[in-house]
Write a protein that binds this ligand. Sequence first.
Ligand code: SF4
Length: 159
Amino acid sequence: MNLCKIVKKSKEQARRVFTQKQNKTFLKKFSKTPFNERIIFVPHCMRKTSLCKAEERDSYYICANCGQCKIGAINELAKDFGYKSVYILKGGRAITKIIETVHPKAVLGIACFYEGDLAFKLLKDYDLAVQFVGLTKDGCADTDADLSAVSAILQLEEK
Ligand code: SF4
């Protein structure tokens, strides 16, 4: 393995460790937040772009549940549990704009580890309980996430 690959791998590992630690820090607070005070961020690269029927807004999309990608299932679960909303982000810059508009108390974010690391840092000054699930396949398109991992966190509830 060349030096470049070693550095890349160690940065990725550092991001995994950092996001795991952050998840632990916020787990209890997230679990205690009512479902209707929580929102979900998913990345647009998880959409089935050629078939996607999501409604486009300025910095995000709203899923139309066309059934072509896992975001539809996440959206359905979120509705069933009474989440405030699911936002399919066009980019990380939309995050603070949405937080400052919608004022959620908790956020479940699904993204690559690079974006997850950035998002935790971006949101550190907000009074928010954040949980993160890293993509199992990242890239610019056709990315993937573990639906059972998302579902497990989405349903966390502690009275
Ligand atoms: S399920 Fe939602 S996000 Fe996925 S392709 Fe259909 S409309 Fe787009």
